[in-house]
Ligand binder design. Structure first.
Ligand SMILES: O=C1O[C@H](COP(=O)(O)O)[C@@H](O)[C@H](O)[C@H]1O
Length: 263
């Protein structure tokens, strides 16, 4: 398996969310069985949250222990902690609040009111990532990130890295603040592309015909500055999990239809 993108197409968004949920639990369980814990980086957005809702309905493999799962986020909207716009709040309501997670292993971005501005929250998140790496005995900028989930916007943004903006060009830190995002809310915090690409596995989960152009450009090898999704690569595996609408502009040669249990 290489980090060359592998594309799997499901029939529609419901099948995509359900299959991604099952794939995620299976993968985290396999990693946990191997090294005692597993780390997931969550995304917000429509499919990110629908996938978490679908996880609630997935059967858990024997021995799987949610309290040994580390949770980080790929990005956050810089709004009040209790705002319904917050990716953290949506994830908690969709799934996390129902799981026996260890609170010490759950790492939300800081919120407006806790930090003066998005960049201050980003500096704190970079520091938290570095501390977690140090706790694992490495001197790197991020801990081991097993599976990192991403949504993709119609403009090809990933996390809160938008085309042509400073965040997508930032390489010297793990998280960055954004104050003028084209998608509301304008103030956001995001992992940078180097931090995203430090994950072992990057899964881009995308549904809908409004995303087909972005998916087509990303998989045709566009420049990440113009098409941020083009730059997302896992160290070991990069998987594009699509519905048929999102895949409609891809050449046949790239597609692996899912049998909804596929790989
Ligand atoms: O605002 C955001 O948007 C993207 C994509 O969301 P979608 O609803 O178009 O799928 C998401 O990946 C990101 O986490 C979120 O903050």
């Amino acid at each position: 398996m290489t980090a060359e993108p592998h594309v799997i197409v499901h029939s529609d968004v419901a099948a995509l969310a359900g299959a991604t949920a099952q794939r995620l639990v299976d993968r985290l369980a396999a990693i946990q069985a191997e090294r005692g814990e597993a780390t997931v980086v969550l995304t917000g957005g429509s499919l990110g949250i629908n996938t978490l809702k679908a996880v609630a309905a997935v059967g858990l493999p024997a021995g799987f222990d949610w309290s040994k799962v580390n949770v980080w986020w790929g990005d956050e909207r810089f709004v009040a902690k209790d705002s319904p716009d917050r990716n953290e709040r949506q994830a908690r309501e969709a799934l996390l609040d129902r799981l026996p997670l260890d609170p010490a292993r759950v790492h939300p971005f800081g919120a407006a009111g806790e930090y003066a501005d998005p960049d201050a929250a980003a500096v704190a998140y970079s520091a938290a990532l570095r501390r977690a790496a140090a706790d694992e005995g490495t001197s790197g900028p991020v801990p081991k990130l097993d599976v990192l989930l991403l949504g993709v916007g119609p403009d090809a943004h990933i996390a809160s890295l938008f085309p042509e903006m400073a965040g997508i060009r930032t390489e010297d830190r793990s998280a960055v603040g954004e104050t003028d995002a084209p998608k509301p809310p304008p103030e956001r915090v995001s992992l940078t592309l180097p931090a995203i690409n430090a994950a072992d596995e990057v899964w881009l989960v995308v549904g809908g015909s409004d995303k087909a152009g972005a998916v087509g450009l990303a998989l045709a090898g566009a420049s990440p500055v113009q098409v941020p999704a083009a730059g997302a690569r896992g160290r070991k595996r990069t998987v594009w999990l699509l519905d048929q609408d999102a895949a409609s502009k891809l050449p046949e040669t790239l597609l692996s239809p899912a049998d909804d249990g596929d790989d």
